[in-house]
Design a protein around this ligand. Structure first.
Ligand code: CA
Ligand code: CA
Length: 353
């Protein structure tokens, strides 16, 4: 009997130890799970708050842009130059980040579509639906642009890229007909792809679409993004010299017919100096000689600019980037808003990035 009880005691001790271990393991698991659950809920709450804050940022941008339109209309009525510049409130909004008392941060950046070159302005759509051919200037402009940015040292695939072919393929992809500028069929390349397609033969809907064009890829589209926009889809206007960033000012293609060139570094520097001094670059300076500096004064001469543009130009289409952050959770919305009709904003694009 004695030895049986000793045996039982011998079993009880390990059992107690095992149960104890199991219990402490489940307590640890439980604590761990409840911490994870709490973090998930917290992150979800912060994500929802950041999303709401970012949407609020778009509303703030709309209010600022409406105010700007109103100002411009008043300036126009009073015969003053009503061009957009980086002195406008919408352009300075990003310098004023917003902080909420519950830990949210918001930065709203607004850029007008004229601050980048509109690819669709290179092949304007004819109103009577007659297919229009891209102009010689469009082709020469693109060749000059690709000659400037192609860099086989940094991008090995550039070694096989020809500026004229890239220029023609891009224009043919947009122009209405299916005859390539070199005479062949535009779709020969597209129909031979693993998933065949055809040239769009319409304005580009996004800069990403450039990757679909013969000779281009997604890397190339990314390299083009800082320079180009596709808005307005039916646009004909060139770069706005009063709002464009320095690298886009370098895309101003000017001179006399048959002898046009891209703005060089020194010209871009002159344009920036005038802007910094509070001046507007104007095609005609008669109306506001104190505020305007003429094209010839900044070295653009008396010739033309391609795509054609009259400065100062009033911006009507804006890209708004609303970046919200709640603690470590970020939420960014990019919206393209068209205020050209002056009353109702039209949303052209909305995406989270
Ligand atoms: Ca075409
Ligand atoms: Ca064509």
């Amino acid at each position: 009997m004695k030895s049986k009880r000793r045996e039982e005691r011998g079993i009880v001790l390990p059992l107690v130890l095992i149960i104890g271990l199991l219990l402490s393991a489940s307590v640890v698991t439980f604590v761990h799970r409840s911490v994870v659950d709490k973090l998930v809920v917290l992150n979800r709450d912060r994500g929802a708050a950041a999303a709401a804050l970012a949407r609020g940022g778009i509303q703030i941008a709309l209010a600022v842009l409406f105010e700007d339109r109103l100002q411009k209309i008043i300036q126009q009525q009073e015969g003053e130059p009503s061009g957009s510049s980086l002195e406008d409130l919408w352009a300075r909004l990003a310098n004023h980040p917003l902080e909420t008392d519950w830990g949210g941060d918001l930065v709203v950046r607004i850029e007008d579509s004229g601050a980048r070159l509109n690819l669709n302005a290179l092949v304007p759509v004819s109103l009577d639906e007659t297919p229009t051919q891209p102009s010689e200037e469009a082709e020469e402009f693109l060749i000059a642009f690709f000659e400037r940015i192609l860099d086989p040292g940094a991008f090995p695939s550039d070694a096989t890229r020809d500026p004229r072919e890239l220029a023609r393929n891009l224009l043919d992809y947009i122009d209405a007909d299916d005859v390539a500028l070199g005479g062949r069929n535009e779709d020969d390349y597209y129909l031979n792809q693993a998933a065949p397609y055809t040239a769009a033969n319409r304005p580009l809907l996004s800069v990403d679409e450039v990757a679909m064009i013969e000779g281009f890829d997604t890397e190339m589209a990314e390299r083009l993004r800082p320079y180009f926009t596709v808005y307005p889809l039916l646009g004909e206007m060139g770069v706005n010299a009063n709002t464009a960033k320095p690298h886009v000012l370098g895309l101003i293609y000017y001179g006399s017919s048959g002898n046009m060139r891209l703005a060089n570094e020194s010209l871009v520097g002159d344009l920036l100096r005038e802007r910094d001094a509070g001046k507007l670059i104007c095609t005609e300076t008669e109306r506001a000689p104190d505020l305007c500096v003429s094209m010839s004064d900044v070295g653009l001469g008396e010739g033309a600019v391609f795509p054609p543009v009259v400065w100062p130009a009033a911006a009507t289409i804006f890209t708004v980037v609303s970046e919200a952050r709640v603690r470590d959770v970020a939420y960014t919305i990019e919206a393209v808003i068209d205020l050209s009709n002056g009353r109702e904003p039209r949303l052209l694009s909305w995406r989270t990035i």
